[in-house]
Design a protein around this ligand. Structure first.
Ligand code: 0X9
Ligand code: ZN
Length: 415
């Protein structure tokens, strides 16, 4: 009985204490030394969390219970590390307090309410209800040139929305933009939302293409970054069969192409692929919606962070090239040049599996491998690691601008 009371008290306190309390004692390390497959292996075993997947010597997050073990294993393998953050909870608390102050101030200028949400917020990160208000407003304003559909529900019964911005040209090919599959990468949905008004007001783009924007692929995980754990990556599946306190599936390992080749079958790992391909309602809903456009889909952008890299397939192997590798690189460079024109930010065009470990079951590989979509990319947005997932909301507007410019350059070539 006493234990139950203590547990209830603990849960109540945790809920009241924000999204960083369960990160007390977590550290962020920057690895250096020889390149090694070990960090990837440790991630698969749930011993660490690789933060920047597109870097070879990564920043990693280590939970307090694993600090000694991981330190010893890395050193034995010739990898040294520098502690960048020695208590992630304190680090995030400082950042969240200033975000909160910024939101209080910005509410006087830019608002988003159920009855009036004319623009997506771009000086703060929107909550899921604000995202929905905005989408519904767009639908009301632009229908029938725009249609909004819920293509399915998440584990916690939130809608998975897809906004279709229709071309006047009945022969138009389609472009798919996916955001928010990894919960903590808040800049991803922010940019996906920022692209919607750009597309709506760009006749040149809508004359030539149909656009499908799925701006929030993982609403449960995203909301959990506000209410439970700011560093949450996966969805919120209850891994019941395992009777475990480890929740979630990495939705970018759950797609049905080379499932499990480069992912973890251990449910506590940050890259847990799930029990079977498309086991998750979120990936199932999105893939079914994409399959409906199979005949017209020409390009896919899956938005992630961070690293400022434009990744092209394959991600599941580095020994086999994508069939249209050269075109992928050419269009990718056009994107990167366009993005750089805005504020000088450098986006590198690189192969997904070019590093030391493979990642399979992602949206991009599935779109190319199973649907034959010609131009598929994972775009790792700002920054290069200094703020990482905790990117300040001042970066939202510049990120939207640079991605939009890059995107327009890419569209010029493919269309
Ligand atoms: O590992 C991922 O899912 C992506 N990086 S992230 O840091 N945002 O988690 C990269 C996915 C690249 N695509 C494939 N590996 N197929
Ligand atoms: Zn990601």
């Amino acid at each position: 009985m006493m234990a139950l009371i203590l547990w209830t008290l603990f849960l109540c306190c945790r809920l009241a204490l924000g999204s960083y309390q369960n990160l007390v004692g977590h550290q962020i390390w920057k690895l250096s030394g020889k390149e090694s497959a070990l960090p990837g292996q440790l991630m698969t075993k749930g011993l660490l969390d690789i933060l920047d997947h597109s870097r070879k010597l990564q920043r990693v997050r280590v939970a307090p219970e694993h600090l000694d073990r991981v330190s010893a294993l890395l050193q034995k393998d010739g990898i040294s590390y520098k502690i960048l953050v020695d208590d992630l909870a304190a680090h995030i608390e400082g950042i969240e307090n200033s975000e909160r102050r910024r939101r209080d101030v910005s509410e006087n200028q830019q608002t988003c309410t159920e009855s009036d949400c004319p623009e997506p917020l771009s000086d703060v990160y929107m909550r899921f209800n604000e995202m929905e208000w905005y989408l519904k407003q767009v639908n009301e304003t632009y229908y029938p040139n725009v249609t909004l559909s819920s293509v399915g529900k998440s584990h916690e019964n939130r809608d998975i929305w897809v906004l279709h911005i229709k071309s006047e040209n009945p022969e138009a090919r389609s472009i798919w933009i996916e955001g928010g599959i990894h919960a903590r990468e808040r800049i991803s949905p922010a940019v996906a939302f920022g692209l919607i008004p750009k597309l709506l007001s760009d006749k040149n783009a809508t004359e030539r293409f149909d656009f499908f924007v799925a701006p929030m692929a993982n609403p449960d995980g995203y909301e959990y970054t506000f209410t439970g754990d700011r560093m949450w990556r996966k969805n919120r599946r209850v891994n019941q069969n395992e009777r475990s306190s480890c929740y979630g599936v990495d939705l970018n390992r759950n797609w049905d192409f080379k499932f499990g080749v480069g992912a973890s079958s251990y449910h506590c790992s940050e890259v847990y692929m799930g029990p079977f391909p498309f086991s998750e309602p979120e990936t199932k809903a999105l893939s079914d919606a994409m399959l409906e456009q199979k005949d017209t889909l020409l390009m896919l952008f899956s938005l992630h962070s961070y690293g400022q890299d434009l990744l092209y397939p394959w991600g599941w192997t580095s020994t086999e090239d994508a069939p249209n590798k050269n075109e992928l690189i050419e269009v990718g460079r056009a994107f990167a040049d366009g993005a750089q024109e805005i504020a000088g930010h450098d986006y590198e065009v690189v192969n997904s599996a070019g590093g030391l470990y493979y990642a399979s079951g992602a949206t991009d590989d599935w779109a190319l491998g199973k649907m034959g979509v010609k131009y598929v990319y994972t775009l790792e947005l700002q920054d290069k690691g200094s703020r990482g997932f905790l990117l300040e909301s001042e970066a939202i507007k510049p990120s939207i601008e640079e991605v939009w410019n890059g995107f327009k350059k890419a569209l010029e070539i493919i269309g």
